[in-house]
Design a protein around this ligand. Structure first.
Ligand code: ADP
Ligand code: ADP
Length: 226
């Protein structure tokens, strides 16, 4: 787990006004921060710069104590949880969670210990033999989080993970993400264009408009001072 520090971050794609314009946010270790704003306000660009999928034009990004502007994604130790969760359909839940450890050629006993710890935390113990295709959306999401946990990622990054779901399921999974995030105590950045999600999920909300950080406050402060 690590704090993530954005200092005067700028992203320019071309000659127009910047997609992200001088954004500074200090995300504390274990904090859950939501990036919210309308389509085109720069949320995904900001998230992609944090993960390392997009170059930073100007400013400084730190993870823990380290400035990571020039570090490739695989060396940042962050876990991006995608909308479709990017699970392998032909592998069991067990092997989906184990995947990063297999890549790192971890010994079987270490793999087994870590997969079982993660699946206990995520309440997936009973589903280890199943394939992702016959899991519920919530279970699939937990498998994706399990994969991040065994890697001991420093933070979770979510990019609109619930936008394809119907309203009822979205509500359930929102509650579940908030609960698991607190249980794990892992630093989390979560992008959404949904106001309700923004106001119910996180510790703090960063409101973006045309690339500029308009507000950075707790949901309570935003209710009282919109
Ligand atoms: P959001 O995630 O809030 O919808 P984005 O970060 O995707 O916003 O986009 C912010 C701005 O940057 C938009 O004006 C968008 O058109 C522009 N943009 C995003 N990606 C690219 C790109 N690869 N090339 C050029 N412009 C881009
Ligand atoms: P083997 O070919 O010996 O099964 P694996 O690397 O697949 O080698 O498994 C090593 C250990 O990992 C097993 O002893 C078992 O405890 C655990 N394991 C592997 N796959 C699964 C699974 N699908 N469900 C539960 N445990 C598994």
């Amino acid at each position: 787990m690590s704090a993530i520090k954005l200092k005067n971050i700028v992203k320019r794609y071309g000659d127009g006004f910047p997609a992200v314009n001088d954004v500074s946010i200090d995300i504390a270790d274990g904090e859950f921060v939501i990036l919210v704003g309308p389509s085109g306000c720069g949320k995904s660009t900001l998230l992609r710069m944090i993960v390392g999928l997009e170059d930073i034009t100007d400013g400084e990004l730190s993870i823990g104590e380290k400035v990571v502007n020039d570090l490739p994604p695989r060396e940042r130790n962050l876990a991006m949880v995608f909308q479709n969760y990017a699970l392998y359909p032909h592998l069991s839940v067990y092997e989906n969670i184990a995947f990063p450890l297999r890549l790192a050629k971890a010994p079987d006993d270490e793999v087994d210990t870590k997969v079982r710890e993660a699946s206990a935390t995520l309440e997936l113990d009973e589903h280890l033999e199943r394939k992702p295709g016959n899991l519920s959306g919530g279970q699939r999401q937990r498998v994706a989080m399990g994969r991040a946990i065994v890697r001991e990622a420093d933070a979770f990054l979510f990019d609109e993970p619930l936008s394809n779901l119907d309203a009822k399921l979205r509500g359930q999974m929102r509650t579940e993400i908030a609960r698991l995030q607190k249980k794990l105590g892992i630093t989390t950045v979560y992008v959404t264009h949904d106001q309700t999600e923004a106001m119910t999920l996180g510790d703090r909300v960063a409101v973006l408009k045309k690339g500029v950080l308009q507000q950075l406050a707790t949901p309570r402060e935003l209710y009282e001072n919109p």
